[in-house]
Design a protein around this ligand. Sequence first.
Ligand code: GLY
Ligand code: MN
Ligand code: MN
Length: 461
Amino acid sequence: MFAKETYIRRRQQLKDTLKSGLLLFLGNDECGMNYADNTYHFRQDSTFLYFFGSDYAGLAAVIDIDEDREIIFGNELTIDDIVWMGTQPTISEKSERVGIRETLPMGELKSYLERAAAKGQAIHYLPPYRGDHKLWLQDLLGLAPAEIAAKSSVPFIRAVVDQRNYKSVEEIAQIEEAVNISVEMHVTAMRMARPGIKESEIAAAVTEVAMRDGGNLSFPVIATINGQTLHNHCHSNVLQEGQLFLLDAGAENAMHYAGDLTSTMPVSGRFTEQQRMVFDINHRAYTAAVNALRPGVAFRDVHLTAMTEICRGMKELGLMKGDPAEAANIGAYALFMPCGLGHMMGLDVHDMENLGEVYVGYNGQPKSTQFGFKSLRLARPLEPGFVFTVEPGIYFIPELIDKWRAENMYTDFICYDKLDAWKGFGGIRNEEDYLITEDGARRLGNHKPSSADEIEAECNR
Ligand code: GLY
Ligand code: MN
Ligand code: MN
């Protein structure tokens, strides 16, 4: 945990922004995987962690701005809890660590909220992403399931986003630690990838690296010879001579800050000529994007810079035609890169995605619904303190190629007659993590091999 002053300061800033009302925070609880006592790995809600630091299941909190009270709600452990799961600090001890003196049993939360509602206080809550929280809100606030999302508080969402989007020096140090562990995961994979090894063996080895210093994975490992499938969680293949292997994996450090990196490597230790051409185009797009990062530049424009580079490269390969910048602007790039260039990163790998990309990545401005652009999670002008990924890729997705061709999509820009030969190519992505500084940008963490030469050297070490 950070020092208690950090949490006191964060809550004070939130109160200063919202000025009135009651803020309700639901911590996460244990969740049964196949029966109640066989639980998924416990992960505290990130907003709860941010304001209350407490990494324990079964807590809630209220900041009652009108009454000037901050209360943590929770139940002390029973002897059965202690016998089976071990002991924990008391609720008071957990609260004092973050500068909160008032605690109440969980059973009093509902009556506290009922009294507040009766007094006419506005009760603000964030959009829930877990089924048990939806049921809890239904009970606590007497809401119908269908109205829960719609009645979540936009001012509360915006205030939380406006704090969590700007990473402090102590948060950046934590993120950098997570990125460094993530770099080690990737170097491990580069040294392991060879014909005959299973995707699952590499996934297991990188998971070990993530967990060994008390952290965990920041999202399920993508370790695949089918890099064209963006979030591919299947690990059942054996790597074969001549294939590409894509690892998208990151660590969450012990303080729950995330890293998120992707590498694409040649299973045989050397890229084929064709693989290297595509790899180099993607690397050019990555470099162009990184060179464009600085305060005031809209990430949508950085995305377009990278997409222009990809379209230029596809033209060099004879797969596209026309003006690359125009192809990028109108969205023709999305045949090869159907996702966005990056996303905010912090306590969540896609930071605060549960609060809404429109607030996190678009500052409340509308988001495109067009294929490709709709998956751009970050578009707003960049500001010092923003931490995000840069992750261009080039993907050959046979079903998408067939669909676009059948629909005559962007025929002024795409050379469909050449694409059949590329349907088995797979996919390439490079992903690294950046911080916007006062006058530019800084890559976070240790260097990860990212050019074709560097990756080949690491694979052959
Ligand atoms: N790891 C998922 C992503 O790169 O966004
Ligand atoms: Mn990412
Ligand atoms: Mn990733």
